[in-house]
Ligand binder design. Structure first.
Ligand SMILES: Cc1cc2nc3c(=O)[nH]c(=O)nc-3n(C[C@H](O)[C@H](O)[C@H](O)COP(=O)(O)OP(=O)(O)OC[C@H]3O[C@@H](n4cnc5c(N)ncnc54)[C@H](O)[C@@H]3O)c2cc1C
Length: 590
């Protein structure tokens, strides 16, 4: 049978997820061609922040490399931007003249970063934070320049600022609002966040309006504000919002209203053309987080597979910040006010703040800072609109303290129902994970990531996934950590690596990798810093220090101060400690 021609424009997260879903449902139905303006396969855009901060590499965040397209019979055109759709003859054209005919099309063109329309915004060194190219430019600038300014104190701006700081730059965040992340946090939570980030070394200027960017010899040199003040800047990152990328659709006469307007089956006003992801406007809303886009992807694939069951009806979203050491969660109407009642727990000294917003006996919003272990549960209650009057007294203390006769004392995972969502980014529920663990014989977090995609995007649910592994496998799982390798580059555990370094007097990363038969030639962002730490702590003064690995360790795991000393905050679970624990901390300090 002749296959239907499907062309996809945009090779990003939403589009490729749609193809993955489609291939599961109807692997032989379409002859698929993909055009991507970027020169890369499909990567996890979310994880650009850890790449910028040096905690991950581009290789780590690839979701589908070019082999995947080949293996699935997909024709892939990288580095080819489509600039014309001929809807009458059903052909798309790329800038270089490459063309492809279609019977059906998916537009998945994502968003563009909004660049403030101020004088100087076209100077060298002024960029957005959207793709690998931007991250490369930031890493390059951090090696040559000192002063970075990030305009925008939202999620993206703070992750950019943190990454640049970890790369050694002096970073100032400019924010027009009264407090950071005002769309996700209330004033109290934002203050705690700002304090933690200031302790790490970031500077903030709030309620500042940028007037212009000062240039010097074609490159940005400073930022001037409306109040006349000015600060130096060799790099300016604009993180003030995104705009759905509708240019191509508009030029083809497809109805757009801020985003490309779609119905509940993700079809545009031209029913042969679907649109998916950040570029769309669905029921008047455009989304900027992956969870809703993946829900759209399922529906779109379903319809393309002609299964016709499934409508996208909109999503409730939640937010987390990917800055190591900062736990933050927000969802729904976190601000409260009006007809709502707020339950608040505030411990500024302990750095914990929790606010739950209730309306008509339902949880309608949550804002958590410092302790987010119950975020999945709160999010579930919120999305289900469950009546919480019977558990209201205990709501603040989390799911495992319900005292409902069944769950107290068990870990969070055991208390979760199968329908509860674990990984918001990829829409994976507890039941999916348990099923995969049992049916596919999974034992490690990496296995679960690979088979279910849970914990493979922002990674903040990794702890919960480990708990599910533990509660599903019971005794079997407790054996797992003992043989857990350092990372995918080796089968050796941390203890085995340390022993080899000590017993065989290994003095460099390459020697250690060779001796222990590492699987990869250069290791990865997980094993290199670990090896470097073991080497220089075992053979101080003798082992060869790897500057980049040391840098990652110092910036990520210890809070290095300007004078070269470190501050380390020991964690004491439940606030309890013993004389022996304190002695151990003193040993570490020595
Ligand atoms: C640094 C960063 C951190 C983030 N963190 C989070 C997070 O923690 N949690 C979360 O949920 N979301 C996060 N997001 C948002 C998330 O990455 C996006 O919601 C998601 O990537 C959008 O997917 P998409 O497919 O719609 O667009 P994209 O992934 O942007 O893909 C669109 C692709 O289409 C290509 N394209 C555009 N026009 C054309 C054309 N004419 N021809 C060919 N190709 C074209 C673009 O080059 C791009 O590759 C983050 C985003 C960034 C940038």
């Amino acid at each position: 049978m002749k296959k239907i021609k499907l062309v996809m424009v945009g090779n990003g997260m939403a589009g490729v997820r749609t193809l993955e879903e489609l291939l599961k449902l109807a692997p032989d139905m379409y002859d698929i061609t993909v055009f991507g303006a970027e020169p890369h396969g499909n990567y996890n855009r979310i994880m650009l922040s850890p790449v910028l901060s040096g905690e991950q590499t581009i290789k780590d965040i690839m979701l589908n490399d070019v082999d995947w397209y080949r293996d699935n019979g997909i024709t892939l055109h990288l580095n080819k931007k489509i600039n014309r759709i001929d809807r009458k003859n059903r052909v798309v054209y790329a800038e270089d003249g490459t063309s492809a005919e279609y019977d059906r099309m998916i537009l998945a063109t994502g968003s563009n970063p909004f660049i403030l329309p101020v004088p100087g915004n076209d100077l060298d060194g002024v960029i957005g934070f959207r793709d690998i190219h931007d991250v490369d430019a930031m890493i390059d600038a951090s090696g040559k320049h000192k002063h970075a300014v990030v305009i925008g104190g939202g999620l993206l701006g703070l992750e950019a600022a943190n990454g640049l700081m970890l790369r050694g730059m002096d970073v100032t965040v400019i924010h027009i609002g009264e407090w950071l992340m005002e769309r996700q946090l209330d004033r109290t939570a934002a203050r705690l966040l700002q304090k933690s980030l200031e302790e790490k070394g970031l500077r903030f200027l709030l309620q500042k309006q940028t007037e212009l960017l000062v240039g010097n010899d074609g490159r940005v040199a400073g930022v001037r504000f409306k109040d006349g003040s000015e600060i130096p800047a060799d790099l300016v990152v604009m993180a003030v919002g995104i705009r759905p990328n509708t240019a191509l659709a508009e030029s083809a006469g497809i109805h757009c209203n801020r985003g490309i307007v779609v119905n509940d089956t993700m079809q545009t006003y031209d029913p042969r053309i679907y649109a998916i992801g950040e570029c769309v406007s669905h029921r008047g809303t455009s989304y900027g987080l992956v969870a809703p886009l993946f829900e759209m992807a399922k529906v779109c694939a379903n319809h393309l597979a002609e299964m016709g069951i499934g409508r996208y009806v909109g999503s409730v979203t939640s937010t987390k910040l990917k800055v190591t050491g900062i736990d933050l969660f927000s969802a729904g109407n976190f601000g409260g006010g009006g007809q709502t009642e707020d339950i608040v727990l505030s411990d500024p000294v302990g750095g914990v703040y929790k606010k739950l917003v209730i309306q008509d006996n339902k949880l309608v919003g949550a804002c958590l800072y410092g302790d987010t272990v119950d975020s999945a549960w709160y999010f579930q209650l919120l999305r289900e609109g469950r009546n919480v009057s019977d558990i209201r007294d205990h709501l603040m203390f989390g799911q495992s303290n319900l005292g409902d006769g069944g769950h107290a004392g068990q870990n969070k995972a055991a208390a979760m129902t199968d329908e509860m969502e674990v990984c918001g980014c990829n829409g994976v529920c507890k039941g999916d994970i348990v099923k995969a663990i049992k049916e596919k014989g999974l034992f490690t977090l990496d296995d679960v990531k690979k088979h279910t995609k849970a914990a493979s995007s922002c990674g903040s649910c990794s702890g919960l996934v480990e708990q599910i592994l533990s509660s599903t496998l019971g005794g079997d799982y407790s054996a797992t950590p003992a043989v857990k390798p350092v990372c995918g580059c080796t089968e050796r555990t941390h203890d085995e690596v340390r022993a080899a370094i000590r017993d065989h007097k290994l003095l460099s990363i390459p020697d250690t990798m060779k001796f222990l038969e590492w699987r990869t030639p250069d290791g990865c962002a997980t094993c290199r810093p670990a090896l470097n730490y073991y080497l220089i702590s075992t053979w101080p003064g003798e082992a060869r220090d790897d500057a980049q690995s040391r840098f990652v360790n110092e910036r990520v795991h210890a809070n290095i101060q300007k004078d070269g000393t470190y501050s380390v905050v020991p964690r004491m679970w439940g606030g309890k400690t013993t004389a022996a624990d304190l002695r151990r901390i003193a040993d570490v300090a020595d």
